[in-house]
Design a protein around this ligand. Structure first.
Ligand code: MEV
Length: 308
């Protein structure tokens, strides 16, 4: 091949993050922000351990050696912010390598291999990030058991009548693995309490999905608020993150963290739903946070270019 470009979307968890590691459902949505993997003939530079882990998973599965190929990655997904940039990278690169080696286009194989690569990066992932980076759209995802992951692509759109989504990057200083491990410690502290917490998260996740389906804005606001409170109980939202969200709520809007969160400094990307995005941007600016936008329901993994 002369050139292959494959892209995959970054994601947002609308509800169910962390609980999904323990077998509860998550509502996760692909965004319009994407990671691109470009392959051309050339020398392979081995300088990124995660890229090497992705390639190793690919080589092991397909019993091939990846050589004489130059890999270039470009990304519009903020890194380390809870938007699934590492899963999107794995999905885009494994997709590109599959095309490069002339294998059939099998999204589920791409998702499974990306899950293995993610495992090497942060221990105990649910698989929701590579699943949505592969399949796109609004995904209802559940890891029933290690060998059984169920997913349902919901034919829904974010309703036009709902408040506008603004993304605010509050930064964070821990990686996903450390935050998933912290929740595991919270669980061990009181297993019965944690079980009840997971049940509450599941019911909030169902409410978010139902509210979008029914275009019920009041129910949506209340389910997002509840999801955020439950994530705070899991201890993965920092003081600064909580303080920002309380200020958003004081303006009459709703907000939640998305993905792994963050305990020490910021809490990654915060989803703010507001009819007045200007006031959200002004608040974020005052606190030194970057604000951006993304469309919900992006396409899954996609061959952008394949030149034989
Ligand atoms: C990370 O994007 C989402 C978590 O639920 C971890 C996972 O599902 O693997 C925190």
């Amino acid at each position: 091949m002369k050139k292959v470009i494959v892209s995959a979307p970054g994601k947002l968890h609308l509800a169910g993050e962390h609980a999904v590691v323990y077998g509860k459902p998550a509502l996760v949505v692909a965004t319009s922000l994407r990671v691109y993997a470009e392959l051309t003939p050339g020398a392979r530079v081995k300088d990124d351990p995660y890229v090497e882990a992705i390639i190793e998973a690919f080589e092991h599965k397909h019993r091939v050696t990846v050589e004489n190929v130059a890999i270039r990655v470009s990304s519009g997904v903020p890194v380390g912010a809870g938007m699934g940039s590492s899963a999107a990278l794995a999905v885009a690169l494994i997709g590109a390598l599959s095309v490069w080696h002339g294998f059939p286009w099998q999204p589920q194989v791409i998702a499974d291999l990306s899950y293995l690569a993610e495992k090497s990066k942060h221990g105990n992932p649910s698989g929701s990030d590579p699943a949505v980076a592969t399949h796109g759209g609004f995904l209802w995802y559940r890891k029933e058991m290690e060998f059984l992951k169920t997913l349902w692509l919901l034919p829904m759109k974010y309703p036009k009548s709902f408040p506008r989504l603004t993304l605010v990057n509050t930064g964070r200083s821990e990686d996903t693995g450390a935050l998933v491990s912290h929740v595991a410690r919270v669980r061990v502290r009181d297993e019965e309490r944690f079980r009840l917490l997971l049940d509450d998260v599941e019911s909030a996740t169902r409410s978010v999905a139902a509210a979008i389906h029914d275009e019920n804005e009041k129910a949506f606001r209340s389910a997002i608020r509840e999801s955020e409170r439950l994530l705070e109980t899991m201890e993965i939202v920092s003081y600064a993150g909580r303080s920002f969200i309380r200020q958003v709520e004081a303006l009459g809007d709703v907000a939640k963290i998305s993905g792994a969160g963050g305990r020490k400094t910021g809490s990654g990307v915060v989803l703010v739903f507001s009819d007045a995005p200007g006031r959200v941007a002004a608040l974020a600016k005052r606190l030194g946070h970057i604000t951006f936008e993304a469309v919900l329901g992006g396409e899954g993994v996609k061959i952008e270019q394949a030149v034989a």
